[in-house]
Design a protein around this ligand. Structure first.
Ligand code: TRP
Length: 330
């Protein structure tokens, strides 16, 4: 049986090269080895306030970028979470077997709650909804970054608890982290990971940024007090630029050293910019083609939902039966 992979990504705009090199690009490469479900988690997004018009746009933009980046809709499913009601339904059922203490320990909750004036219950329940996303499809693998590992662990704990209370029901999901070279840092501050929410103008390269803007952002990237590449003494900014180049080009460490040792920073940046643009331009062209007909996107998303809904519904049915709540006589 080929393993089922489930991954979720929040539909905030600003998808950037860090997302592509850290996650999306790997998904595209791996998709044919697995049965993949890519879930655009709009119900997670609203755990903190979103401007409705922006959220609506972000969901479509994200789906369009997935397709443009090479997710193959003939093989992989792109699903908007809210279009499959079983996500919400299972989340409630799992909420009832999740101790509050487990949720209080979540580091992301603590960090996000600290940044809010008023904390919605949804933010607290966020990891349970995520567990539902995963367990709904009996996913074998959940590729996530370091920051989401604790949530996948929690999904396992919830599955285990459910299984021991009500009998074997859920498959235990394993995590899979993206391969090396995938951790891209902020261009304005190479000590923190490139993020969708950072506000600095020179922080990230967006996947839909025009070439001129990409070039400008990379040329302004923070480096260090050297003026040319020295592999022994380079700081995090130069290392980050090299990581971006290497991740796009697929060059070996040896090739990187040969080519870049001693190169002046101005030239390094120019080459990183060219490499980045040469990868993003074809993706942007496909994005424009894909989104030119908005009904095409709707069809793909409908198809995704139609195919996964029976899997999701049968899990919910089983869970209800196990828990003893009302199901029809057979
Ligand atoms: N919480 C994840 C994030 O912010 C997104 C997510 C939601 C997810 N549901 C998921 C990731 C299920 C993997 C599997 O990145």
């Amino acid at each position: 049986m080929i393993p089922r992979v489930l991954s979720g990504i929040q539909p905030s705009g600003n998808l950037h090269i860090g997302n592509y090199l850290g996650a999306l690009g790997n998904w595209v490469k791996m998709q044919h080895q697995f049965e993949s479900i890519f879930c655009i988690v709009d119900l997670h997004a609203i755990t903190v306030y979103q401007k409705p018009e922006e959220l609506r746009t972000s969901i479509r933009e994200m789906a369009g970028i997935f397709l443009a980046a090479g997710i193959d809709p003939k093989h992989s499913r792109i699903v908007v979470q809210s279009t499959v009601p079983a996500h919400s339904e299972l989340a409630w059922l799992l909420t009832c077997v999740t101790p509050m203490g487990w949720l209080e320990r979540m580091t992301q909750f603590k960090a996000k709650a600290a940044a809010q004036e008023s904390v919605g219950d949804g933010l607290f329940q966020y990891p349970v909804l995520m567990a539902a996303d995963i367990l709904l499809y009996q996913a074998n693998l959940v590729p996530v970054g370091e920051d989401q590992m604790q949530h996948v662990e929690l999904a396992r704990d919830i599955a285990q608890r459910f299984n021991s209370l009500y009998g074997e029901t859920f498959v235990m999901p394993a995590t899979k982290i993206a391969e090396v070279g995938a951790r891209i840092m902020g261009l304005d501050d190479p000590t923190s990971k490139m993020s969708k929410s950072a506000t600095g103008a020179g922080h990230r390269v967006g996947l839909l940024d025009p070439p001129e803007k990409i070039k400008k952002t990379i040329m302004k990237a923070t480096t260090d007090s050297n003026s040319a590449v020295d592999f022994e003494t380079m700081g995090p900014g130069v290392r980050n630029l090299l990581s971006i180049f290497q991740a796009f080009s697929g060059w070996t460490n040896e090739q990187m050293r040969q080519h870049f040792a001693g190169l002046r920073y101005g030239d390094l940046k120019k080459q990183v910019a060219e490499m980045t643009i040469s990868h993003l331009e074809p993706m942007q062209t496909r994005y424009r083609e894909i989104t030119a007909d908005p009904t095409y996107l709707d069809r793909i998303l409908q198809e995704g939902a139609d195919i996964v809904t029976p899997i999701a519904n049968s899990t919910v049915e089983l869970v209800k039966e196990r828990m003893g709540i009302y199901t029809k006589a057979r």
